[in-house]
Design a protein around this ligand. Sequence first.
Ligand code: PHE
Length: 472
Amino acid sequence: MALTQSGPARDGWSSRTAFILAAIGSAVGLGNLVRFPAEAGANGGGAFVVFYILCIVLIGLPVLLSETLIGRHGQAAAPESYRKVAQNSGRSTAWEHVASLGVFSAFVVLSFYCVLGGWVLYYIGTFVADLFTTGVVGGAFEGSTVEEVEGLFPAMISDGVTTSILNLVFLAITLFFVARGVSGGIEKVAVYLMPAFFVLLVGITIYGMFGGAMAQTLDYLFTFEPQKLTGPVMLAAVGQAFFSLSLGVAGMVTYGAYVGRNVNLGVTSGIIATADTTVALLAGLCIFPIVFAAGLSADAGLGLMFQTLPHAFQEIPGGSLLGLAFFVMVGFAALTSSVALLEVPTAWVIDRFRFTRTVASIMVTFFAAIVGVLCALSTGMLSDWHPLGFLPMFEGMGLLDTLDTFTGKITMPVGALLTSIFVGWIANKRLVDAENGLGGALHVFWRFLVCWLCPIALAAILLVGIFPSIVA
Ligand code: PHE
């Protein structure tokens, strides 16, 4: 096997649908299914949800279109694409470092994301085992107390050996698809898994509509109480919006680089953002009715998915099967996202060092495995290690939470802020307009959002959100 390649033989999506499914696959993931309900629950429901939707439409969507158009213009890994846009606009190529920050963020997110992917594998295994012991008819975990079921989670995360191994398994599955290339691997996983994911999500949500506490859920998720909209809640919502749309990590730039010239990026960005937001809301409508029907509380953070929900499955007929279907669905979503996360640094290594895809993807996976194992251990034997604990924002956090907060609340919004300035003010207007696929009033509105609203809102939210929490 040759270690390096001589010329960039470009691989790309085989169709527009493949691109849309892969981009939705990247966007829809643990962010929608685990983080969105957890953040909504922890930040008071409606205020967070309404502000989140505003962030998606007014900030996320314009940045999503900006990222994909940079990628399509550059037709290369993210830093190279930023460089080409800058060069063709007669501007400093130093702008490529916005993408370097993105590649770094993608690597960091990949490292801890696959730890969570490993947790999902653990629960899939747990529900499979339970299906054999409890059977299909009754509630899950027959004969176990609530404490035993909820205790599965702390027991799992403190067992660093198991979580490290599962992290490596999840990374290996991710590597398998990325190493096979864009049309041969990345696209395949999305084209098969995303439809399966949607069927499972809609099925479980319909179950919740009839069998769960739907009215209470709607009230909880959509009652807007403005007094709950504080600086930290706004920062959480904007961070979540970027995380969920895979923005600020150069991911959509990377995927945009494989898109053909015949695709209208304005339209596809709208489809991707709509699908992602629909899935986040459906995740809320899927999880909370089951949780409320069992009389449980919504604000358990990560415990919502890994403790509250398994407990709720105990109370439900067919709980073992439903629980298994649920975690398989979460696993599918997580995999299509981790594939995108691995592709960003892999594409960069291929472009920068001219390594073959196989070598590049294995190298990135190797380093992600090291950071990942440290993250896996940070909820167990390394729990007293608080890498940035001297800053109030990261006080008391282990490595996994530190990296999650650092990327979600700092590097991703900063990357998105700089991208909107780049597309709005630095890049040549005609170059940008030739790529964005928008016309008439929509075009004027998008320009207004990218030039003014995105930078100002992002800078303001970063200031109110980060500085009080850094200094407070
Ligand atoms: N958007 C993914 C999610 O919601 C996470 C992700 C972030 C994937 C950045 C790719 C790039 O889970």
